[in-house]
Every structure is written in structure tokens, then in C-alpha cells.
Ligand binder design. Structure first.
Ligand SMILES: [Zn+2]
Ligand SMILES: [Zn+2]
Length: 290
């Protein structure tokens, strides 16, 4: 957890501009490095644009070995360096996307039928009913809006969320690759959520900040049986999370009073139902069509 030596060194790296630029320069060489070599000391110094050799040498030393490794006289980035480069890339975008004014969507509020409104502000994507609360509120890096409309960004977020849930069911944190998972039941239901009359589960990571409530019915997002059910009807991952085919709206959640199964989910898309049995960590034990 934060506070140990490794984290202190990470903070030190991020407080120095030259060191951050070295990490970004190495990340930028990644594609090239498949066919040619990683840079030598002087190539890297030139790329970063530091004249003073000893100053550059000092900063490069500070990055070894946690972020940069020297192999045969050439410098290559470690995973931590690439992760920092990606995070900076995701978080910095100077276009107009820093905030996007509210726009109507094609999705309707399940309570009142009025069109849900989407907005992007404070690095979060919101899809809300002005009267009833939020259907979607995801942290989303500004980069997601760089080349996309707001409705494309919603689709991207929901596709990504389906992948995240699939990883979480396997015990993997989609953000830090640490140990994470899903669990039922969840006692408290957030009152800002649009679907307040459904059962909730908790997604959380033991190693990083990731923690959020999600409808139990969404715990099967990204499962092949669920994706197939939707795909056969021309529906995609976004449809399983928002609108009339939202898993939380078309599923019946039955508590099984046990660990295996803990929950039985019946997804009803009209013509056919999919039954999915989950344990208390939302791992899929069994599923069948009915
Ligand atoms: Zn409403
Ligand atoms: Zn994590």
C-alpha cells in the first residue's frame, strides 16, 4: 500500500520534469524499438533535449532500475515507465474536450421516460436523468474525448467497462493489475444512482483506488454467454448497460442463500432467457438457456 519506499521513489520521479521527459521519450521509442534498438545515452540525451551531460546522467541514474534498465549500453523502459507515460497521455489533452456541455441521448430514463442527458466534466462522464439521478458516472480520461463525439465516448466507456468487469471476475484489477474482484451482497445502495430498486454488488481492488458499486446484474458483463445472447439480437455491450435492454432492467436477481450458487440471474430478452448462476465473488458457476 502507499507509503512504502517504492512509492516515495515514484513520487520523486514525477516531481522532476527532466525525468518525466526521459520516460516519455523512451515510451515514444517503443514502436521503433521492435525493429531497431533502444537508444544509447547520447541518442536519448539528444531526444530529450538536455545539453548538460552530467545533469542528464544524474537524472537517468535516478530512474534506474525501477523505471529504466541499461542493457548493452542502451536504455529501455520498464513497465512502470510505460504506465506513467500512458497515464500522462490519457490525462493530458488540451483540446475543447476538457468539458462537454450536456447533450440529449437516445436513452430514456426508466422512471419517467425523458431522454437521459450526457455530459463530460471534471474528467468524468455522466449520463443522467435531471430528475432521477445518474445511470452512468465513470471516471474517464480526457484523451477519450480527443477524437470522439460524446455519444462515441459513451460507447467506448461502456465497452471498456464490460472488459473491466470480465477481468474483475477473474480476480484481476483492470487499472493496476493487482488482486481485485466482485462481491455480493452489498449493504448500502448509493442514492445518486438511477437504478435504486435493484440489488448491487461491489467491485474493488486490494491494491489501488478502484472501488465502486454496480448492479448485480452487471456482474455478468463481458461473459461470452451474455455477449452472445445480446449479439444474436443485434445488441452490443452498451445496450447491456443502458436503455431498455439494460441487464439490470431485464434480469431477475434471486438470492440463493448460499455460497455456490449465491445468486441466480435470469436475463430475459423477450423470446428467450439466459440463466446464470454466480458464487459470492460473482464468478460464473453455470449458465443455460431457457
Ligand atoms: Zn427520470
Ligand atoms: Zn487496482
Amino acid at each position: 500500500m502507499p507509503g512504502d519506499g517504492a512509492h516515495d521513489e515514484t513520487y520523486a520521479v514525477l516531481t522532476d520534469e527532466t525525468r518525466v521527459r526521459i520516460l516519455l521519450a523512451l515510451a515514444a521509442r517503443y514502436d521503433e524499438a521492435w525493429s531497431s534498438e533502444w537508444p544509447t545515452f547520447s541518442e536519448l540525451r539528444e531526444q530529450v533535449g538536455v545539453e548538460d551531460t552530467s545533469r542528464f546522467s544524474y537524472h537517468l541514474d535516478e530512474l534506474q532500475d525501477e523505471f529504466v534498465r541499461k542493457v548493452d549500453g542502451r536504455y529501455r523502459p520498464r513497465v512502470a515507465a510505460l504506465e506513467i507515460a500512458s497515464a500522462i497521455r490519457a490525462g493530458t489533452y488540451d483540446g475543447d474536450a476538457a468539458s462537454v456541455d450536456p447533450q440529449g441521448t437516445d436513452y430514456e430514463c426508466p422512471h419517467c421516460g425523458q431522454a437521459l442527458v450526457a455530459a463530460y466534466r471534471d474528467h468524468s462522464l455522466f449520463v443522467v436523468c435531471p430528475d432521477h439521478g445518474a445511470a452512468v458516472a465513470y471516471p474517464l480520461a480526457p484523451r477519450a474525448l480527443a477524437d470522439r463525439t460524446l455519444s462515441e465516448a459513451i460507447d467506448v466507456s461502456l465497452r471498456r467497462h464490460a472488459c473491466d468487469v470480465r477481468l474483475l471476475r477473474s480476480g484481476v484489477c483492470p487499472r493496476c493489475v493487482g488482486t481485485a474482484g466482485l462481491s455480493v451482497p452489498r449493504e448500502s445502495v448509493p442514492d445518486s444512482y438511477l437504478l435504486d430498486d435493484v440489488a448491487y454488488a461491489t467491485a474493488s481492488c486490494e491494491d489501488c483506488w478502484l472501488s465502486y458499486p454496480l448492479p448485480v446484474a452487471h456482474a455478468v458483463l463481458g461473459h461470452p454467454a451474455v455477449e452472445r445472447l445480446y449479439d444474436e439480437r443485434g445488441l452490443g455491450p452498451a445496450d447491456a448497460q443502458l436503455g431498455p435492454h439494460d441487464l439490470a432492467r431485464v434480469s431477475e436477481v434471486a438470492d440463493c442463500d448460499g455460497d455456490a450458487p449465491a445468486v441466480r440471474l435470469t436475463v430475459d430478452l423477450g423470446d428467450e432467457s439466459l440463466v446464470v448462476e454466480l458464487d459470492a465473488a460473482c464468478r460464473v458457476l453455470d449458465h443455460w438457456r431457457r
